[in-house]
Design a protein around this ligand. Sequence first.
Ligand SMILES: *Cc1c(COP(=O)(O)O)cnc(C)c1O
Length: 222
Amino acid sequence: MSIASEIQKLQAELPEGVRLVAVSKFHPAEAVVEAYAAGQRLFGESRVQELLQKIPLCPSDIQWHFIGHLQTNKVRQLMGKTALIESVDSERLLELIDSESARAGVVTRVLMQVHVAREETKFGFWPDEFLEYFRARKFETLKATHICGVMGMASNTDDMDRVRADFRAIADVFRAIRDDSALALRGFDTLSMGMSGDWPVAVEEGASLVRVGTRIFGPRQY
Ligand SMILES: *Cc1c(COP(=O)(O)O)cnc(C)c1O
């Protein structure tokens, strides 16, 4: 299957209202251009250097999502380059993104990464930590950052019951904050869950954004 036909097939399979992020990390700019020609506009990258190298080689109306662990010493380079940073995994990183955004004169849109997969050490806020961040109204101090929702990953396992339970746990904390009218959050509406192997389950559990790499571009060349 070609990149274009995978994109078209996925776009046809996704229900209305669910957007596709084509994860192009470790694939060359030519692969991005091929997917773009098939109508794809949202792309995901997980390394700052790779993203910065690709941007000038790709069409300028692409919306880039940063989906990897973001080191604090790379934040400044990313300002103004992304449509969404999906992987904000600590308060410290969030505060730094905010101060660097203000300094650069931009508003950065972000998702908070929530950690539920138990057996692995993945980055992210624990559900309690995430809920506390909002209930303590800490977001009110942000000047140049817009929190648009939540990103999460399920456990890396073939046990689809477990994967579903993980997605449900991520969706639960997302909804708890989205539906808390006392918080009066605006534009907190994005739930990013699901990858090549598990996106249909994620969509059933309420994902509004899926991040698919291997199925579109094939195996990554590390
Ligand atoms: C690499 C990556 C993906 C895509 O994974 P595939 O299994 O190739 O679809 C999705 N989300 C994140 C956060 C990733 O790092």
